[in-house]
Design a protein around this ligand. Structure first.
Ligand SMILES: *Cc1c(COP(=O)(O)O)cnc(C)c1O
Length: 371
């Protein structure tokens, strides 16, 4: 066995696996608990739009057929929504898939993937698996307005001809921090034209309207820009795995060549189409999140804890001591949150905004644990 593991490619051998939020069923099995609250994976506590279920039932009539490998209808809808040609859209099995497509297309041995400290864990995973070298730019200091957030100057200072892809998350996970739109576009304009910029906007809909950048407008000015979006967060479709990229037509064409022919299944396609028809559900989810963010932040601050500013659907909180034992104590109370030791933030927990009752239960459990 050791010989075979030696045979794996160097980038794969040293890969640290992604640590997902703990599944509810797993905690049920381990502790025999029921009534578990999971606030660990930034899922929408309101669930998906009610329009999705009938769409899934209709799709079930075609179980034996391969999905539309081009996702024609969904791309048409997205094209209309974003005012962009459908040839500039790439669908993925989650936006995670799109991130991997970018890595497999533009990274490899001899190329560098650039991203910030405390950026989303999939950037190093996808890049290293593709054989690229990683360059991690230091994040903003703790006492800045965006503690642990991306430092655009530090990223810009590391741009050179070897950088194949620079990954930016706005807002970022696991910090919740964001970038000012004008500063972000100035950064994008500084990136050499043959370096790809991935702007990961998984939390775009949750950002305050005034802070949401006009990223699809930027696409015309910056052909090396790839904007990624997902149906996993505000659309509440995380289980189905569907996301997409908006890009220059040449880049989209390249990504589509690398893509598995049927990477997005029929249920995901049907659900995403139905979800796009329900603006009211998105608006409700966004409004509930704004209330929930305030509830969590105030609840945590009342416990004497400091939170990072967030434009996403979670709050990252400084426990002022090792947070993993606190995470474990919360598990015993049936509350699953996310410890951030794997992000080199061992004193922090990331807590997803739940329903009002779920967030209240989390705060109460935390109060008991800290007592
Ligand atoms: C959740 C998340 C994604 C989306 O992942 P999917 O594969 O679309 O479920 C992408 N980027 C960031 C920063 C995220 O937090």
């Amino acid at each position: 066995m050791s010989a075979l593991s030696e045979r794996a490619l160097p980038g794969v051998r040293t890969l640290e696996p992604y640590q997902p939020g703990k599944p509810i069923e797993e905690l049920e099995r381990e502790l025999g608990l029921s009534d578990i609250v999971k606030l660990a994976s930034n899922e929408n506590p309101l669930g998906a739009s009610p329009r999705v279920r009938p769409a899934l039932e209709a799709a079930a009539a075609q179980l034996a057929l391969y999905p539309d490998g081009n996702g024609f209808r969904l791309k048409q809808k997205l094209a209309r929504l974003h005012g962009i040609d459908a040839a500039r859209i790439v669908l993925g099995n989650g936006s995670n898939d799109v991130l991997e497509l970018v890595a497999r297309t533009f990274l490899g041995p001899g190329r560098v993937a650039l991203f910030s400290e405390y950026a989303f864990a999939v950037y190093p995973l996808a890049s290293q698996a593709a054989g690229a070298e990683l360059c991690v730019a230091p994040a903003l200091p703790r006492d800045s307005e965006q503690p642990f957030g991306h430092d655009l100057a530090a990223l810009a200072a590391r741009l050179d001809a070897r950088v194949g892809v620079v990954f930016i998350a706005n807002a970022n996970n696991p910090t919740g921090t964001w970038l000012e739109a004008a500063a972000l576009e100035r950064f994008i304009a500084q990136v050499p034209p043959d370096t790809i910029i991935v702007l990961d906007e998984a939390y775009h809909e949750y950002m305050e309207p005034a802070l949401r950048p006009d990223s699809r407008g930027w696409l015309d000015r910056h052909p090396n820009l790839v904007v990624t979006r997902t149906f996993s967060k505000v659309y509440g479709l995380a289980s189905l795995r569907i996301g997409y990229a908006l890009a220059n037509a040449q880049v989209a064409d390249l990504l589509n060549r690398v893509r598995q022919p049927f990477n997005v299944n029929s249920f995901a396609l049907a659900a995403a189409e139905a979800a796009l028809d329900d603006d009211a559900h998105v608006a409700r989810s966004v409004a509930a999140n704004a209330r929930g963010l305030k509830q969590l932040r105030e609840g945590l601050e009342a416990l004497g804890l400091r939170t990072l500013p967030s434009q996403a659907n979670f709050v990252t909180v400084d426990m002022n001591r090792a947070a993993t034992p606190i995470f474990q104590a919360l598990l015993r109370k049936g509350v699953i949150v996310r410890p951030l030791a794997s992000y080199q933030m061992p004193n922090f927990l990331r807590i997803t905004v739940g329903t009002e009752a779920q967030s209240a239960r989390c705060i109460e459990a935390l109060r008991e644990v800290l007592r």
